[in-house]
Design a protein around this ligand. Structure first.
Ligand code: IPD
Ligand code: CA
Ligand code: CA
Length: 259
């Protein structure tokens, strides 16, 4: 299926917008920035998160003044189900950004009446730009990503949230026993991007809508399901236990999680 012209133009706008946001962040990130704790000392936000979000939102509103936002910072919490909604995580992997200045992403997704139209994830320092989904092919930079290719679990790595792995929440340790190894990258979007490129079997974590909105759209085009660990659709409202895994292995993965 091909996308209509209006949507294609919006997708082109979004690609160019995310590239501009990356340039905006890179130009400022070596200046001192303010770091604030949200819920505890491991849950950080910086003034750069807010500035990148403000930049993205003001550029979108300048062209699409009627559109709405579900964005991590502040009170922009439009329900995904109705209208034109941009979902924004201005910096995903803020702890990596603060501690390493590596392995963080700018993440944008676009939904119309609850249907994902396209997603974008930009790995800022590695300069890897993942984009597409809906009616658009999925790319990493100039390379088109291919759909999931099946192979035994034993040949795959798997990314799991460390807290969930430690407590075997939802039975994730049972799945971990079946794979080549477990990895943790500190960015939901970049972990999911590694799933989309076939580098990981899946990613399981306790995350919010802006963490999974973009990869969910791209993943659907490539044969991946983004569901709760009980196999339900995410609610796009609360932080939930979410996995992105190959659709053809979903039932088997759920059986293993249930022990
Ligand atoms: C966090 C990262 C982290 C995940 C957390 C997220 P943030 O996002 O994606 O990897 O484990 O659940 O909140 O706060 O850096 O945007
Ligand atoms: Ca995030
Ligand atoms: Ca964030």
């Amino acid at each position: 299926m091909t996308a209509n012209l209006e949507l294609s133009q919006k997708f082109d706008f979004a690609k160019s917008l995310v590239c501009s946001a990356v340039a905006f962040l890179r130009a400022q990130m070596d200046q001192p920035f303010e770091v604030t704790e949200k819920t505890d000392f491991t849950d950080l936000v910086t003034d750069m998160d807010q500035k990148v979000q403000d930049f993205l939102m003001s550029e979108i509103l300048a062209v699409y003044p009627e559109d709405h936002f579900l964005a991590e910072e502040g009170d922009y919490k439009q329900a995904i189900g109705s209208g034109k909604v941009w979902v924004i995580d201005p910096i995903d992997g803020t702890a990596n950004f603060v501690a390493q200045k590596q392995d963080f992403a700018i993440v944008v997704a676009y939904y119309e009446d609850g249907i994902g139209k396209f997603g974008l994830i930009y790995d800022v320092m590695a300069e890897q730009f993942y984009y597409g989904g809906g009616d658009f092919d999925v790319f990493c930079n100039d390379e088109q990503l291919v759909p999931y290719k099946d192979k035994p679990f034993s040949q795959f790595l798997l990314a799991i949230n460390p807290g969930m792995y430690h407590s075997n929440h939802g039975g994730v340790a049972h799945l971990a026993e079946r794979v080549l190894g477990v990895r943790t990258y500190g960015s939901a979007a970049l972990s999911s991007a590694k799933v989309l490129t076939g580098q990981l079997l899946g990613y399981i974590s306790h995350i919010s809508p802006w963490d999974y909105a973009a990869s969910k759209i791209m993943g659907e085009r490539l044969g991946y399901a983004t569901v709760t660990i009980e196999g339900k659709q995410p609610n796009f409202r609360d932080r939930e236990f979410i996995m992105i895994v190959p659709k053809v292995r979903l039932a088997e993965i759920q059986d293993i999680l249930e022990g």
